[in-house]
Design a protein around this ligand. Structure first.
Ligand SMILES: Cc1cc2nc3c(=O)[nH]c(=O)nc-3n(C[C@H](O)[C@H](O)[C@H](O)COP(=O)(O)OP(=O)(O)OC[C@H]3O[C@@H](n4cnc5c(N)ncnc54)[C@H](O)[C@@H]3O)c2cc1C
Length: 438
């Protein structure tokens, strides 16, 4: 059932006016979040909460004199990418769902394929503007330390094991722009952002066909270990297993009941990567390595999660997927754990950001397997907590992951969340049901 109270905004003045009323609101843009069930919010949101649409606010793109990209209003990643390309430049973040909004991407601290080479979106933000609880627009800078009347020292100590993850179980809270990065719209509404860009360089996509990971993941691990020394040359190292590929029409499937790992690299680095990395692999033969055109690769990459989403919608179930990133040392353990899932008699598939040890395992349950899968996911999160892994490294917490994230929060985190809400959302109007209420 769709949520009854909805409101669309056409400019920021309307948003400011609405904020001044103090009405609790879940602001949204493209609604591609996989952790907010927009199609059925009535059970998840308080009856008084309004669903506020920001995707109706006209977007604008321009370059600053430092060649950074200024994004204002509703702009999709696709539009931002095309605009940069038209000026011979590139943005460094590339989420698979390109129709998602850039500003929403900051709110969810979205990541994607290129985090392997370019780190997370947080590191590419220069400046942000947001509207605060009084309806006043404010500026945040990435090169200014975050100063708050809250003691963050214990929070930062808890954060330390997660420093190298794309997203930790809780926001970084180190520099000013972190206030809006990954806080999922709970502290204010982002109106514009300045993002770093780089000059565009032609890319090459290389596909490696592998045996099914459920049968033998040693070739996969050999690639994983080998690519780690080439982060300056390789931009993305992605994985799609044979089960995920089976949802595609046969002509789109590059393998025959095989998994694929694909690499995105600068074309100028192709020979170096071939000689120093690919030729040295002992478990992947050269006849299983080939090049694919970028458009075809992109199409393949987007088609897989969309096809999976459609299958689940047809079954009337919400996806039971993981978003776990672990350290390189625990990657074998994670694969072993996922392998144990393949023996449960529930359909499944695995894909994701392989080079970062960040894989989405998806159960494809029937309606009566739903609770069983939830229980199995809880078992995984218990292990992830022990491994000091990140349970939700890119899709955020939203509403659906709240119960799973709760064990990752301790008094130190809850005290900071309460403090932030008191300062930045004293009326409790910014997505009051979000993870800070855990
Ligand atoms: C097929 C598929 C593939 C995906 N691949 C990726 C991926 O590779 N990487 C990734 O990170 N995610 C991915 N996602 C998840 C999703 O696309 C991201 O979470 C995305 O950032 C959500 O953007 P949106 O515009 O749809 O936001 P919405 O779903 O509309 O909103 C998401 C959240 O952002 C907040 N928000 C939105 N706009 C603002 C604003 N202006 N100010 C403050 N808060 C705001 C909302 O309150 C909400 O909490 C994928 C989703 C799908 C369906």
């Amino acid at each position: 059932m769709t949520h009854e109270k909805t409101k669309s905004f056409y400019n920021w003045e309307e948003v400011k006016g609405h904020i001044k009323t103090g009405v609790p609101t879940l602001y949204h843009s493209s609604q591609t979040s996989t952790v907010i069930p927009f199609e059925n919010l009535s059970l998840e949101l308080q009856a008084s909460t309004v669903l506020g649409n920001l995707s109706t606010i006209k977007g604008h793109l321009e370059f600053t004199k430092e060649n950074n990209l200024l994004v204002t209003g509703f702009v999709t990643w696709k539009e931002a990418k095309e605009f940069c390309r038209s000026q011979g430049r590139e943005i460094m973040t590339s989420p698979t769902e390109e129709l998602a909004g850039v500003l929403a991407g900051i709110a969810t601290s979205c990541t994607g394929e290129r985090s392997f080479g370019f780190k997370n979106l947080r590191s590419q933000i220069v400046e942000l503007h947001y509207i605060d609880f009084e309806g006043i627009e404010k500026k945040l800078l990435a090169d200014k330390k975050l100063v708050l009347p809250i003691d963050l020292s214990f929070y930062q100590k808890d954060f330390a094991p997660y420093k190298n993850f794309k997203n930790a179980p809780y926001p970084r809270l180190e520099v000013e722009t972190d206030l809006m990065t990954g806080t999922e719209g709970q502290l204010g509404i982002i109106t514009s952002a300045v993002l770093k860009t780089i000059p565009y360089e032609e890319e090459t996509y290389l596909f490696l066909l592998l045996p099914k990971w459920e049968e033998d993941f040693e070739p996969h691990l050999e690639i994983f270990n080998a690519v780690q020394s080439f982060r300056n040359q390789i931009r993305a190292v992605e994985f799609i297993d044979s089960n995920s590929l089976s949802y595609l029409p046969a002509e789109k499937n590059p393998g025959k009941n095989q998994d694929v790992v694909f690499l995105e690299l600068r074309s100028s680095d192709f020979e170096m990567i071939y000689e120093n990395l690919l030729e040295k692999l002992t478990l992947v033969s050269s006849e299983n390595i080939f090049e694919m055109a970028s458009g075809k690769c992109r199409d393949l990459r987007v088609s897989v999660p969309r096809a999976i989403f459609e299958v689940n919608s047809r079954m009337g179930v919400t996806k039971k997927g993981t978003d776990v990133q672990v350290s390189a040392d625990n990657f074998r353990e994670l694969l072993k754990f996922y392998k144990s899932y393949t023996l449960l008699g529930v359909k499944y598939n695995l894909f994701g950001h392989f080079g970062d040890a960040h894989l989405h395992f998806n159960f494809m349950p029937t309606k009566d397997q739903n609770d069983f899968c939830n229980h199995e996911l809880e078992r995984l999160y218990t292990e992830v907590l022990k491994w000091h892994g990140s349970p939700f490294a890119e899709h955020g917490i939203g509403l659906l992951k709240k119960k799973f994230i709760a064990p990752f929060y301790h008094d130190n985190e809850r005290i900071v969340f309460r403090g932030l809400k008191k300062i930045f959302d004293p009326k409790g109007q910014f997505f009051p049901e979000g993870f800070m209420s855990c």
